[in-house]
Design a protein around this ligand. Sequence first.
Ligand SMILES: [Fe+2]
Ligand SMILES: [Fe+2]
Length: 166
Amino acid sequence: MAAPGGASLDLGELASWARRMAEEERRHASEMKKMASRLHHPVLRALFTAIATDSEKHAVFYESLAELAENPQPGITEDDLEMIRSTIEEHIREEAEAVERVRKLLETVDDPRMKVILSALASDEATHHAILLAVKKDIASRETISEQDVWDAVWRDSPWKGSPGG
Ligand SMILES: [Fe+2]
Ligand SMILES: [Fe+2]
């Protein structure tokens, strides 16, 4: 499927492409999930379920891209910020504890099948932790914040940004 782009970006084209991609991801997710649920081995079931869940996540990413293309100024409401503030604190604490335990186990267990699961957990939770911490530091703890501040902060620390060696 041809992706939009080139010299001049057509936002309408971007939006409809992203909506098509979202549908494709949802179809992949449900096929993969169906297959995974029939697998007998717990590790294989876990891995394919994880890919299916990631596809669902990608569908949401594509949908948010489409929404942005259709409405470039959605605005961050005080309600949004309040919900985030009241929810992330406990998650950050609990996930940090879990990650520590998972990393210790990773050093202790020899079973390669358990290692696969533990290392997937460790890397996912490290990503969650980095995002939640960035949000907490730059968004939740400030009195006033502009949208530009939010995106600068999240982009700067984003584990999704990707950079050489990181
Ligand atoms: Fe995907
Ligand atoms: Fe998590």
